[in-house]
Design a protein around this ligand. Structure first.
Ligand SMILES: Nc1nc2c(ncn2[C@@H]2O[C@H](COP(=O)(O)OP(=O)(O)OP(=O)(O)O)[C@@H](O)[C@H]2O)c(=O)[nH]1
Ligand SMILES: [Mg+2]
Length: 288
């Protein structure tokens, strides 16, 4: 395997980006707040910068999903780094946790000032309306299904609201738009594409897998050498390509003394995605 330091290029096509943005702007008018999902392992790479802009001054709840796959200490730092006056951040294992009370509580806290104003003016507060947004694969569908507990009470079209809008009632305090808004991440920086690939958010067929595996290996050598030793029983060196060969030898992925590159790389990436090397945060906030 030769050492390639060339740029990693990931092809992607924004497709219906403009249309998606326009649709989301329309939906934004109907909601009180935005619930944005990001992957806790890559809170920066799994964001879409347009969401902040679309959100404007509306309360913004960021949910760092797949908390179970990231390192708690680093996730906490992200929560601090991302929160501000209008933005609250929580981290969840969407599959295993009882997420509804946490999401309802966080939403009510964000909307407290507005709700208090309504009560003062003698208006009985209605349920908070929220839109769920996020880039592909962050867990939007899982989130909506879990929080609505499948018995989604679709309240149907509301007069004066775009006809196709449907709401899922979570409880008397919270309603969700039943289709999440999907926007693409920003591939401006090549690292973003690599991180999305490592965490399995991009289909493997379109990826330069060898370079992605080398990038992942380089990161693990620097930040999680113990996990590599434990999983593969290899001695650490600082050349990621040599490390992949060591893994191949240990696992018997050799043909005529040569490493079976495809098998080694596919196995390595799959094991990372399946948490076989443990919970790993692939991005840390700037100040760390
Ligand atoms: N371990 C773990 N897996 C999760 C969590 N949330 C979602 N997943 C998994 O992540 C994958 C993607 O989840 P989806 O709900 O399909 O994500 P999505 O945002 O709807 O994806 P698109 O529809 O492609 O935009 C699925 O395999 C989920 O089971 C979580 O908190 N922990
Ligand atoms: Mg989905």
């Amino acid at each position: 395997m030769e050492n390639k330091e060339s740029k990693i290029r990931i092809q992607w096509f924004p497709g219906h980006m403009t249309k998606a943005k326009r649709e989301m702007q329309e939906k934004m008018k109907m909601v009180d707040m935005v619930i944005e999902l990001r992957d806790a392992r890559i809170p920066n790479a799994s964001k879409n910068p347009m969401i902040e802009e679309l959100c404007g001054q509306k309360p913004h709840l960021i949910i760092l999903s797949k908390k179970d796959k990231a390192q708690d200490v680093i996730t906490k730092k992200w929560m601090d780094a991302l929160s501000n006056e209008t933005t609250k951040v929580i981290a969840l294992d969407i599959i295993k946790e009882n997420i509804t009370p946490k999401v309802v509580a966080a939403s009510k806290e964000l909307m407290k000032a507005k709700i208090d104003r309504m009560i003062k003016r003698g208006i009985r507060p209605r349920a908070i309306r929220a839109m769920v947004v996020g880039v592909p694969n962050v867990g939007k569908s899982t989130f909506i299904n879990r929080i609505a507990k499948k018995k989604v009470a679709v309240t149907g079209d509301r007069p004066g609201v775009t006809r196709s809008l449907q709401w899922s009632k979570v409880n008397q305090d919270l309603e969700l738009l039943d289709t999440p808004g999907v926007l693409w991440p920003k591939f401006e920086d090549e690292t973003v594409g690599v991180l999305l690939a490592i965490t399995g958010a991009i289909r493997d067929e379109i990826l330069p897998l060898e370079e992605i595996a080398a990038w992942a290996m380089r990161y693990l050598i620097a930040h999680h050498p113990d996990a590599l030793v434990k999983r593969y029983g290899v001695e650490i060196c600082d050349n990621p390509y040599e490390m992949l060969e060591r893994v191949a030898r240990k696992r018997g992925f050799m043909r005529n003394q040569e490493m079976d590159e495809k098998r080694t790389i596919e196995t390595f990436l799959r094991e990372i995605r399946d948490d076989k090397l443990g919970a790993i945060s692939w991005e840390v906030p700037n100040e760390m």
